[in-house]
Design a protein around this ligand. Structure first.
Ligand code: PLP
Length: 397
């Protein structure tokens, strides 16, 4: 049999994460110590009370059936969390939908909403599932460049009217991955007005809502007047409570969009393990002191990494949020060559920026998923690597 992937799947690029992981393993086999700053999987643990709740419920044999959907306690807990953290009131019955991680919703939403030929506005650089999900749905991507000179915000006024007439959905994420920039109220208000004018569903990915540094405000898109009329917001317990492996997240906002996604999902999954749902309830209704401590730890990691890189002469702006640093690489390098050489020569694994779109070329994404000592060691290794490269360059002239 000669089996080939469907055209839609062929369009998806091979996972660079796998390639980086393979490269890392090869280096380790050769005896190299590799500091892995590639995948954004938190190395912190969930709060102990979350683990205890999971263990308690996992001991109950009656909790092993299909849950089918989010239990009411979960939807109410999301409502409570949104009210407490972002000042947003939600109807827990109609404006909250549980997901198997926000990735589940992001991956399926376009299929539930988009018809072949519909346009979707997608950030470039952007988190890879945005583009992949539109390809799966047979939609057409219209990239919105995120450039440093525009504060990494899309220039909405520059999108041609003939594209907007065929556009059904737009995806934004502040703070995002890999671009860690924050949005302000004025930008979100502009997006709401734009979406109303052109009848577009706004999808805001808020997966890093609790990793916002330097006392910057945590601005939920849902807190902007009119947002619920045009938009939804994805969020997750993966990064907020270090529950990435539990696969639990949610989407809130526009009732119609939530209803469509909910009925689509009813065909493809049968809900999340009850003990995980109850652990999530515990997390979302806790006193949030855990979140305050955690954000400070990430902020400290960021400072250690950025000042370490500065010592090597590599000036990288401080991320205002998230667990990532989005770093423009020194001139003369391509992202992939730089990332691969960094693993082979320096024993530091990062993700090449072009994975996130062609405008990510010239960048790498560094995940702060190691303790400060390891980040400082990584910065020192990068410093030696860059010095050696500069010396080789000089000698070859
Ligand atoms: C921007 C962004 N959105 C969504 C996700 C998906 O997270 P999860 O499915 O674990 O909620 C990630 C994961 O890294 C992410 O970086």
């Amino acid at each position: 049999m000669n089996l080939v992937a469907a055209e839609k799947v062929k369009k998806m690029s091979a996972s660079i994460f796998q390639e980086v992981a393979n490269r890392k393993l090869e280096a380790i086999k050769k005896g190299k110590d590799v500091i892995d700053l590639s995948v954004g999987s938190p190395d912190f643990s969930p709060p102990q009370f979350v683990i205890d709740t999971l263990i308690d419920y996992a001991g109950d044999p009656s909790k092993y059936g299909y849950t089918l959907t989010g239990i009411p306690e979960f939807n109410n807990a999301v409502g409570y969390f949104y009210q407490q953290r972002y000042g947003v009131e939600l109807n827990s019955d109609t404006e909250v939908l549980q997901l198997m991680g926000s990735q589940d919703g992001l991956a399926h939403l376009a299929t539930a909403i988009i018809n072949p030929g519909d346009y979707v506005l997608v950030p470039n650089p952007g988190y890879p599932i945005y583009e992949a999900s539109v390809n799966i749905a047979g939609g057409i991507i219209y990239p919105m460049p995120l450039l440093a000179e525009n504060n990494f915000q899309p220039m909405l006024a520059e999108i041609p009217t003939e594209i907007l007439e065929k556009t059904k959905m737009m995806i934004i994420s502040y703070p995002g991955n890999p671009v860690t920039a924050l949005a302000d109220q004025a930008f979100f208000e502009k997006v709401v007005a734009f979406a109303k004018q052109h009848d577009i569903l706004v999808v805001h990915d808020f997966a890093y809502s609790e990793l916002i540094f330097d006392e910057n405000p945590q601005l939920s898109f849902m807190s902007v007047p009119g947002a619920k009329e045009v938009g939804i917001e994805f969020n997750s317990l993966s990064k907020t409570f270090n529950m990435a492996g539990c696969r639990i997240g949610y989407v809130v906002g526009n009732e119609q969009a939530i209803d469509i996604l909910s009925s689509f999902k009813s065909h493809i999954d049968y809900g999340i393990f009850y003990p995980i749902q109850m652990a999530a309830v515990k997390a979302l209704t806790s006193d949030f002191s855990f979140l305050q401590t955690q954000v400070k730890e990430y902020e400290h990691r960021r400072d250690v990494l950025i000042s370490g890189l500065e010592k090597s002469g590599w000036q990288v702006p401080k991320s205002p949020a998230t667990m990532f640093v989005w770093a423009r690489i020194p001139t003369g390098w391509k992202s992939r060559d730089f990332a691969f050489e960094l693993i082979d020569q320096a024993g530091v694994a990062v993700i090449p920026g072009d994975v996130f779109g062609d405008l990510g070329e010239g960048y790498v994404r560094i995940a702060m998923v190691q303790p400060p000592e390891r980040l400082s060691q990584a910065a020192k290794r990068i410093q030696d690597f860059l010095l050696e490269f500069a010396l080789k360059n000089y000698l070859s002239k």
